[in-house]
Structure formats: structure tokens, C-alpha cells
Design a binder for this molecule. Structure first.
Ligand SMILES: [Zn+2]
Length: 105
């Protein structure tokens, strides 16, 4: 070896390092917070939404809730407890309008 900087890594070392890095990047950095967040959301919304994509947000990230009828939607944590799926809300408003017009006839 002619230099102290000339360090040779085996492919296994590089792969192991890469795996560790990928695992870290793909896993939830705050599993405990996420668990608590999901249990709080369940208390609010019950089984209305699927919480499998919820991850405790960092900075200004939004959390993802899954409506059983309309699929994923993103919402900021501060609005997550009072939220209704945007598509469900739209349908509910249309239903209200239809009822209103029915009464007018
Ligand atoms: Zn919906």
C-alpha cells in the first residue's frame, strides 16, 4: 500500500454499508411517536381510514390517510384530527344539495 488513503473495500463491505443506509432511510425515524399518533387518530376517526401509511411527520411534511372509498390523501398533522376525506366531503355536500332541491320541488 503506497498511501494511507488507499483503503480498499471489498464488495461485501460496500453492500453491507449500502444495506444499512437503505434500511435507515426506509424505516420510520420515530416509530414510538408514529404508534402514539396512530392510536390518537384511531380514537378520532375509528376505522374510517386506513393508517398503514401514517408516519410521524418531520418539519412540514404531511401525513397520509387512506379513505376506504377514495384512497390516499395528505393532510397536515394539525388538521389530521378533524379531517374528512376531501372526496367524502364533496359527496356529502352534493347529497345535502340534492335533499335541499328535493324539498323545494
Ligand atoms: Zn373518501
Amino acid at each position: 500500500m503506497n498511501s494511507i488513503f488507499n483503503i480498499s473495500y471489498t464488495n461485501e463491505t460496500i453492500n453491507a454499508f449500502y444495506d444499512t443506509c437503505m434500511n435507515k432511510c426506509n424505516t420510520d425515524p420515530y416509530p414510538e411517536y408514529t404508534k402514539r399518533l396512530i392510536s390518537r387518530l384511531k380514537k378520532c376517526h375509528g376505522n374510517k381510514y386506513d393508517y398503514s401509511l401514517v408516519q410521524y411527520p418531520t418539519h412540514n411534511e404531511k401525513i397520509i390517510l387512506i379513505c376506504k372509498y377514495h384512497g390516499n390523501f395528505k393532510i397536515s398533522l394539525s388538521n389530521a384530527y378533524g379531517v374528512t376525506c376531501p372526496s367524502c366531503r364533496k359527496y356529502r355536500n352534493i347529497e345535502k344539495l340534492i335533499k335541499k332541491y328535493d324539498r323545494m320541488e
